[in-house]
Design a protein around this ligand. Structure first.
Ligand code: FPP
Ligand code: K
Ligand code: ZN
Length: 469
């Protein structure tokens, strides 16, 4: 292992110096950006923390794995009163901790929470379908998504069997709008999170695609829960090329991921993404989200880097890459054979890895991962920072099971079980001469569409497929 403290290794100038061009007009925005750079530089140079913090030959500190693991368990224990505002996010706290622990390889620990998860979320299920953020609360797609993914991660009859799929399907019908999108809750906001959370639920739980008759979107026989959805998502692409929460709103990385991942559940990335999105403009917008010297991503134009966008923006890249490259060839029993990539990496993996390991780790006793230096670590950032790190260390292959010459979308699927594109991904570790992280700091990448450990989505879909709806 290449751990060293002296001499200080040299870090490329890109990550150690302010941008060469500076706007002379000072605004609140530009001053905040400059001070963020100043806040990050000592961490990128490893001069901020006690000088004894070991860094590798690339000047990158190690992942303080054990501290992060302990922190994640703590987020699921008794919490101080300051956390009262998180009460309605208890489903999310399970999801964030489980996903982050999985990235760190702690799969058994996750399964060990099954009973507690089941006991906590069972009373959160609404009799008319979906889950609320607490017992007796109205159902909402955000906690519903978090509950479903948390249950999927622990697996088993006790967990998966508690979901009332029929009620969930009817509730989703009520959320489906005539313009194609989904509301987050009945009478609530319609945004692209709704599209993603609904598609994840429909696909993983193998729900019928038929539109329930109670749906405000119901107009004629043959309409489905998917009718008009990709068209609605297309309308969320903004003039900047990024994707907004809803049509005519501001592009943001969180929504870009939701939009791309929903489309990648409905179709193969190289077919469906260019059909509904202007890909060159999307790539241009996504590229502008990565900053130097910080190395990390910001969520939107003129805003600051933040560790959670390591996933929300970083997680867009494998989907876009698969769209450009087309499918890898898959023959059962052997590794997928990649197509000749159209381009190299679409973003600076080195930059992101430096930002995560230098700037996002709380290396004090507390542990956990954070937005940026000076911010407190929390479950949400731990989850999405680690997810981004795993993605940066991984090449995701989308593989096609069918004849590559036929991109046949003509026969419309009638059942979620026929939507297979979300399950045709295989990870490959990127191992490179000169990579800036040491092998001890390699983590597991989460599924690029469902954001659960590799294999969990397919296992869950199969579990529901053989059960009566
Ligand atoms: C801006 O916060 C944040 C948003 C506009 C929402 C972002 C959306 C997500 C993270 C996606 C959520 C997805 C699901 C599935 C629930 P801010 O103004 O504090 O941050 P900023 O300055 O970085 O934009
Ligand atoms: K933020
Ligand atoms: Zn954040």
């Amino acid at each position: 292992m290449s751990t060293t403290t002296l001499p200080q290794p040299s870090v490329p100038a890109l990550f150690t110096s302010p941008p060469p061009i500076q706007d002379t007009l000072n605004t609140q925005t530009s001053l905040l950006q400059s001070s963020t750079i100043q806040q990050c530089l000592p961490y990128l140079l490893n001069t901020a923390i006690p000088r004894t913090t070991p860094v590798n030959v690339h000047g990158v500190p190690h992942l303080t794995r054990e501290k992060h693991i302990a922190f994640l368990h703590k987020t699921l224990s008794s919490l101080p009163s300051g956390y009262v505002g998180y009460d309605a996010s208890r489903p999310w706290m399970f999801y964030w901790a489980f996903a982050a622990l999985s990235v760190l390889g702690e799969h058994d620990a996750v399964v060990g929470y099954r009973e507690r998860l089941v006991a906590t979320v069972r009373p959160m299920q609404h009799p008319e379908g979906g889950f609320g953020g607490g017992a007796g609360q109205m159902a909402h797609l955000a906690p519903t998504y978090a509950v479903i993914l948390a249950l999927a991660m622990v697996g088993g009859e006790e967990a998966l069997g508690l979901v009332d799929r029929r009620a969930l399907w009817r509730w989703l019908g009520r959320l489906k709008q005539a313009d194609g999108g989904f509301q987050m809750a009945i009478g609530g906001e319609e945004d692209v999170r709704g599209a993603y959370c609904a598609m994840v639920a429909i696909s993983l739980l193998n729900l019928p695609l038929d539109l329930p008759r109670n749906s405000p979107a119901w107009s004629r026989e043959g309409d489905t829960l998917l009718t008009g959805l990709p068209e609605w998502i297309a309308r969320c692409q903004s003039f900047e090329g990024g994707i907004a929460e809803r049509p005519d709103s501001e592009a943001h990385g969180g929504y870009a991921f939701c939009a791309l991942a929903s489309l990648c559940i409905m179709g193969e990335p190289h077919v469906i993404l260019p059909r509904y999105l202007d890909i060159p403009r999307l790539i241009s917008w996504l590229s502008a989200r990565q900053y130097a010297p910080e190395g990390g991503f910001a969520g939107r134009t003129n805003k600051l880097v933040d560790g959670c966008y390591s996933h929300w923006v970083g997680g867009c890249w494998p989907l876009v890459q698969a769209c450009l490259d087309g499918p890898s060839l898959y023959s059962p029993g052997s590794a997928p054979v990649a197509p000749t990539p159209s381009v190299g990496s679409l973003y600076s993996r080195e930059g992101l890895i430096r930002y995560v390991l230098c700037c996002c780790q709380d290396r004090s006793k507390k542990g956990g991962l954070r937005d940026k230096p000076g911010a407190n670590s929390d479950g949400y950032h731990s989850c999405y920072v680690l997810a981004g790190l795993g993605s940066a260390q991984t090449k995701w292959h989308f593989y096609s099971l069918k004849d590559l010459s036929s991109n046949d979308m003509s026969s419309e699927p009638q059942h979620a079980g026929q939507l297979m594109a979300g399950y045709q991904w295989a990870p490959e570790q990127i191992v490179e001469e000169g990579q800036v992280f040491d092998e001890v700091d390699r983590v597991e990448a989460l599924d690029p569409v469902f954001v659960v450990p590799a294999g969990v989505a397919e296992r869950t879909r199969k579990w529901f497929e053989v059960r009566r709806f």
